[in-house]
Design a protein around this ligand. Structure first.
Ligand SMILES: O=P(O)(O)OC[C@H]1O[C@H](OP(=O)(O)OP(=O)(O)O)[C@H](O)[C@@H]1O
Ligand SMILES: Nc1ncnc2[nH]cnc12
Length: 170
């Protein structure tokens, strides 16, 4: 499916110089949303996956339906102060600021094969933070999947160590 035409571009959000790629225009289209999740599921059909990890908030919209589709569990990675039990924590840089992410310590068992899923790859800071959290828990990052990536920011080279794919590029 041609998903690109369903993504809205908003220049200057959340600050000047950023071309914001808004997936809400794709998500509200039922057949397109379903096709996106189906294509992501197809892209991991040869991987052995025990659980999916997705970062707040847009990673939930991709990761949770993908987990349902694959019949595996879903682990949320959240912004600080949202998870009630003991957490691992990792701080990272964003295209437009910095952030910190947390994951429950008991969410991933050592040796579990983890698929990390998110809507968009920009610098890779968010997804690398998720990788660090999975690895702190003793999990293995088996694969990373994004709906799309943007090429207007430099991507962190460390991401090349991982098995990652995107369905589209902007
Ligand atoms: O590759 P990066 O440079 O890390 O950027 C990509 C991340 O940025 C966006 O999330 P954001 O932090 O804006 O949070 P949101 O999902 O709550 O909107 C997006 O959903 C990715 O998670
Ligand atoms: N340009 C962008 N558009 C939408 N989400 C983003 N997250 C990081 N960079 C982004």
């Amino acid at each position: 499916m041609n998903f690109e035409k369903l993504i809205r571009t908003v220049p200057g959000f959340p600050k000047e110089g950023i071309l914001f790629r808004d997936i809400t225009t794709l998500l509200k289209d039922g057949p397109a949303y379903k096709a996106l999740i189906d294509e992501l599921a197809e892209s991991v059909k040869d991987e052995k996956i025990d659980v999916i990890v997705g970062p707040e908030a847009r990673g939930f919209v991709i990761g949770a339906p993908l987990a349902y589709r694959l019949g595996v569990g879903f682990v949320p990675v959240r912004k600080p102060g949202k998870l009630p039990a003991d957490v691992y924590e990792y701080s990272y840089e964003l295209e437009y600021g910095s952030d910190c992410l947390q994951m429950h310590k008991d969410a991933i068992k050592p040796g579990m094969r983890v698929l990390i899923a998110d809507d968009l790859l920009a610098t890779g800071g968010t997804i690398l933070a998720c990788c660090k959290l999975v690895e702190q828990a003793g999990g293995e990052v088996a694969a990373i999947r994004f709906a799309f990536k943007i090429t207007d920011v430099p991507q962190k080279p460390e991401l090349e160590r991982y098995n990652y794919q995107t369905l589209m590029t902007f």
